[in-house]
Ligand binder design. Structure first.
Ligand code: SF4
Ligand code: MG
Length: 348
């Protein structure tokens, strides 16, 4: 029976520490039923780790994961198994996620078999339909992954992901390993399938044009935290956080006739290592042992063109702005939601 749920995915206060590295540090994010949420940020921002935790390929250090209304955070493998049909991950590189010894038909049918949804002739029929829906032909079912192009292989992993009609698809850079010439067709395919089938989707990427095309809402990550979240059109029209402003200023404007023109904001320096984030002040535990330290400043202050004294002494909270739909973590975003202008302060 269908269960009623509101959120395809709900992440609450997730952290993930690898030794001293806080790869994810307090991320809360929801993907509504049938909603596409883009998660963007530079590599090293922690976005892939969030995606892996969302589909239980990685365990959070703390926090919780709810999929289609079920708390899956602490479920054993055995208890998780029947729920696995509800969610699926589409990887960046289809060549490494598809078993080279299996035929395409076996790869797409495997989840149907594992979840006892269909077997034999019925499974074969469903596989052919799925292949057709992702733009492949029935005879592709008898081939092996190496006999297909990169774009075709990614279509196979999409067909496999959708075989059990999931509530949630997490796609981590699904087109970035593909030739530029086929990226658009795979994105179009994902958009069409999402519209037809209405699964919730967490779309992880550094490709801003792709996320503008596909996502209803966008969350921007920097060094393990979400620094801004907004509906897609609002984010592109009026980015609030200086980091978002810098990211968008570096992105090509897809339509040359568009009103959007931006002065390029050049950030100083590279993304700091999560091993040694700039905002961390070493401390000791009550027992006198060294601890992971506390954050006492904005993590972006070493690169922010607008950084001022307060940014080095006070952590900016992720605040909900007056429209109720947007959030930003910056001291300089005004109470009424007015954004600071990083381009004006940009001296590079
Ligand atoms: Fe920049 Fe300060 Fe805002 Fe951080 S809090 S983004 S350093 S202006
Ligand atoms: Mg990644």
């Amino acid at each position: 029976a269908e269960t009623a749920y509101e959120q395809a995915l709900e992440l609450r206060a997730l952290t993930r520490h690898f030794g001293p590295v806080r790869a994810v540090d307090g991320v809360s994010l929801t993907v509504g039923r049938g909603e596409v949420v883009g998660l963007v940020g530079e590599s090293g921002s922690g976005k892939s780790t969030v995606g892996r935790i969302a589909v239980r390929l990685d365990e959070p250090t703390s926090g919780s994961v709810h999929i289609a209304g079920t708390d899956v955070t602490n479920l054993s493998r055995r208890r998780l198994r029947p729920l696995r049909r509800k969610f699926h991950l589409v990887f960046q590189d289809p060549s490494s996620s598809l078993d080279p010894r299996m035929t395409i038909g076996e790869i797409v049918a495997e989840p149907l078999r594992l979840h006892r949804i269909a077997k034999g002739e019925e499974a074969r029929r469903r596989v052919e339909k799925l292949l057709q829906q992702v733009g492949l032909r029935p005879e592709h079912a008898d081939r092996h992954p190496h006999q297909l192009s990169g774009g075709q292989r990614q279509r196979v992993s999409i067909a496999r992901a959708l075989s059990c009609e999931p509530d949630l698809v997490v796609a981590d850079e699904p087109t970035s390993a593909l030739d530029v010439s086929v990226q658009a067709s795979v994105l179009n395919l994902m958009a069409d399938l999402q519209r037809d089938r209405g699964f919730g989707c967490l779309f992880i990427t550094h490709d801003l044009a792709a996320v503008e095309f596909l996502a209803d809402r966008i969350a921007v990550m920097y060094l393990g935290q979400i620094v801004e979240e907004a509906p897609t059109a609002a984010l592109f029209a009026d980015p609030k956080h200086p980091y978002t402003q810098a990211l968008l200023s570096a992105a090509p404007v897809p339509d040359p006739g568009a009103q959007r023109t931006r002065e390029r904001i050049v950030l100083s320096g590279e993304l700091p290592s999560p091993l040694d984030p700039p905002a961390r002040r070493p401390t000791t535990t009550p027992a006198g042992r060294p601890s992971r330290g506390v954050f006492d400043s904005c993590r972006f202050h070493t690169r922010c063109p607008l950084a001022e004294d307060r940014c080095r002494t006070e952590v900016p909270a992720l605040r909900t702005l007056p429209d109720g739909k947007r959030q930003a973590a910056c001291h300089l975003v005004a109470e009424d939601g007015t954004a600071p202008d990083a381009a004006a302060a940009n001296t590079h």
